[in-house]
Every structure is written in C-alpha cells, then in structure tokens.
Design a binder for this molecule. Sequence first.
Ligand SMILES: Nc1nc2c(ncn2[C@@H]2O[C@H](COP(=O)(O)OP(=O)(O)OP(=O)(O)O)[C@@H](O)[C@H]2O)c(=O)[nH]1
Ligand SMILES: [Mg+2]
Length: 236
Amino acid sequence: MGKKVIIIPTYNEAQNIASIIERVRVYDKDSSILVVDDSSPDGTARIVTGLMTNDSKISLLLRKGKEGLGKAYLHAFKEVLMKNETEWIQMLDADFSHDPKYLPAILKASNDADVVIGSRYVLGGGTSGWPFWRRFLSKFANFYCKVITGMPVNDATAGFIFMRTRIMREAGLDDIKSRGHAFQVELKYRLWKKGARIVEIPVVLPNRHLGNSKMSKGIIGEAVWAPWKMRLNKLI
Ligand SMILES: Nc1nc2c(ncn2[C@@H]2O[C@H](COP(=O)(O)OP(=O)(O)OP(=O)(O)O)[C@@H](O)[C@H]2O)c(=O)[nH]1
Ligand SMILES: [Mg+2]
C-alpha cells in the first residue's frame, strides 16, 4: 500500500489533540498525520508544534480563522493532493468520537474499496452516550439523505472516512460549498457518482470526551437543505 495521510481537523481541541495522536500511533505507526487548525484560541496549534519535534510525520496546516469543518478539510485535501505522493487519506475527528482502534479494520476493508466508512448504521455499529435528540437527529438525517439522494450509504453524515486519492482527484471536491454535516454527505455523494466502491464497516461512536461541541442550528439547517441543493444543482 502507498502512502497514507491521516487528517485531523481541530478547533479548540487542546484537551484532546495530544492524546488522540498518541492513540493513533498505537494502531498506526507509519502514516503521516496532518492537523488542520483554524487558529484555535485555546492554543491547539502550539501543542501540535510541540509534538512535531518528536514525530517527524506530524505536520500542521494553520489556517487564519474558523471557517467550518468542510473548508478546513478541503484546504487540507488540496495540500495533500498537490504533492501527488499520497494514495489514501483518512479523516479523523480529534474528540475521540472516531476511535483509532478501528484503523486496522478500515485498512483491511480498503483492499476491495475506494472509500471505507466507519459506520454507525450497519450491523454492529452504533453510538454510545449520545443524548436522545442527537441520536434521533442523526438517524433521521441519514434516512432522509438516502431517500433523496439514492446513494446506497447508511451513514452518509459519517466523518470517519478512508478514501483513495485517485478517486478524490476526479470528484471535483473543490466545488463543495457545504461546511458542516452536509459536507460529509456531499463528499460521499461526489465520490459515489464517480464510481467509487464504498464499503461501510461497523464502528461505535461515543460522545466527545472533552471540550465543546461545534454543533449548531446553522449546521443542522444546512444539512436539511443540502440534499435538495445537490438535486437542484443537478448533482443528483
Ligand atoms: N479546522 C477546523 N476544525 C473544526 C471546525 N469545526 C469543527 N472542527 C473539528 O472537527 C471535528 C468534528 O467537530 P465536532 O465539534 O466534534 O463536531 P460534532 O462531532 O458534530 O459535534 P460534537 O462531537 O458534539 O462536538 C473536531 O475535531 C473539531 O475540532 C472548524 O471550523 N475548523
Ligand atoms: Mg465530535
């Protein structure tokens, strides 16, 4: 297998970033790790710079200010794809929702796939410690997405994704305008439309360990409209 890069977007994850990277290294010793930080006021980037002195495969993409998860990822994708040496990209949240213990299973599943999703909504997957409203919202959003887009993915809003860069290059990802959960849907949708073989493996997502949620009414509203926008823009 060629080179892999694990991208970790951060906004105010000073309490999590060192320990999540440490846990990634338990399961994956060789991948590069790229932290994309939107100039978190809590000094997340400073911690990453410190970690870089001991692990030469860690790097930091420091952005000017908070622009949302989607923009941060697109910026990071661009940097990685530009260099043309990476075969796979893994997306991973800093807040311990995406447990690195699943990385070996994801890698195994990638043999016959272009996209591997760590999925809550396949047999054996789920959430733990999520409040009722959050579980409801997530399940509803995924059902809704599947019906409107016709994409055969059970967890379209998942952010725990492993993708082949070859197919990412073809998918016109720079045109994605969505920023929050809708970003995750549109990303998968564009890859699927380019013929990506998508595999879902079960993962259990706990609620974030420490720090504050960035979930907002705006992000939910955007997710409600996103599948329709995709349809109107003739993406569907
Ligand atoms: N660079 C960057 N990272 C972000 C931004 N918003 C969120 N993130 C990071 O993206 C990941 C997912 O964001 P979360 O805040 O956990 O969003 P969520 O999982 O929907 O909600 P909670 O787990 O309830 O907080 C985390 O690692 C965040 O630090 C942003 O605007 N810029
Ligand atoms: Mg989270």
